[in-house]
Design a protein around this ligand. Sequence first.
Ligand SMILES: Cc1ncc(COP(=O)(O)O)c(C=O)c1O
Length: 397
Amino acid sequence: MSEKRRNAKYGAQTNLIHGGTQRSQFGETSEAIFMNSGYTYESAATAELRFKGEAEGFIYTRFGNPTTKMFEDRLALLDGAEYCYATATGMAAANTSLFSILKAGDHIVAGRAMFGSNVYIADDLLPRFGVSSTIVDGRDIDAWQQAIRPNTKVFLLETPTNPGIELVDIAAVSKLCKANGIILIVDNVFATPILQEPFKLGADIVFYSATKLIDGQGRAMAGAVLCNDEEIAAQVLTYIRQTGPSCSPFNAWIMLKGLETLDLRVRQQTLNAEKVADFLYGRKHVSKMLYPTHKSHPQYELAKQQMTGGGNMLAIEIAGGKDQAFKFCNALELVLYSNNLGDTKSLICHPATTTHQRLDEEFRQKLGITSGLLRLNVGLENVEDVIADLEQALAQL
Ligand SMILES: Cc1ncc(COP(=O)(O)O)c(C=O)c1O
């Protein structure tokens, strides 16, 4: 860990405002956007040294840029990670995490309840390149254990899951990893580092879709891969350098500024979501409500143990299936229909016909993605307004 990070004397919120900042000769208050692809060198010899890794300095924005670095350093501070690499999207981060460290002949075990594209990489794409995969019910620790083979290199999990709000016990899965020399990769998109710290629970790699809560305002796409192991970091950096899933400096700047308000937004959206969860639980026409820290959640104890708050995402099932679920969504006036999430605007979507449409019906049922299931992103509006909107839409069923 760099001296600066190890000696960080400030609290998390202070680091979110100031962490990683590098000022140009103009002393700008807000961080500068360096929109350049290349760099000039004072001499050919300087360029040679930089390419050899014997002199400090940027070479090419595909794998290094001052604005992108400020974002990476700020996020690394928050997550308690030594290394952070920004990517173009969350899926570029997922892809980079996996492809940078796996090779043909390896085996990966993944929790089955994950964002559809994560399932696609684990279950469809990797096997095409000779990496076999086993998909397990992530809630079942015995299933993770039983799936281990001599060539198992990686465990991949997401918690809470999109959209079923299932939890995976990171510490218990990490224990298995440590005992078997397996690398644990955690998608921490729903919780963010504000509510869940996977490195403290034993994760080796954490990745984000920064598109979600880190931006938080639906403006731009980005992702990030974080780790503490030098060898893994070198593999990740080489992969980014050679294959180019890199983050635009402009998008990195948006994410850097997003981090400044992340803590405030996540905490307030969590408070709002708790109220929405209380309102929706047990309501007429709502056959199921899933929110991690609601007492009714089947993994409530685990949520309390590994998260400091339930987050802004919840799932509900509308009785009567797709027709009623669609009717409910269409009756909403303030809550918008969108497959995006993490936004300050409250958003709702029907995963079975959107984000998880590609999965076959049997698999969807296993994940609890029924025809009535809706995923709700609770935003930053006056929560009374959101609840009133949900109430009037339910009354139309
Ligand atoms: C849990 C999770 N992981 C990864 C992603 C992918 O992120 P992106 O859309 O930035 O590629 C998403 C997107 O919805 C997600 O919800």
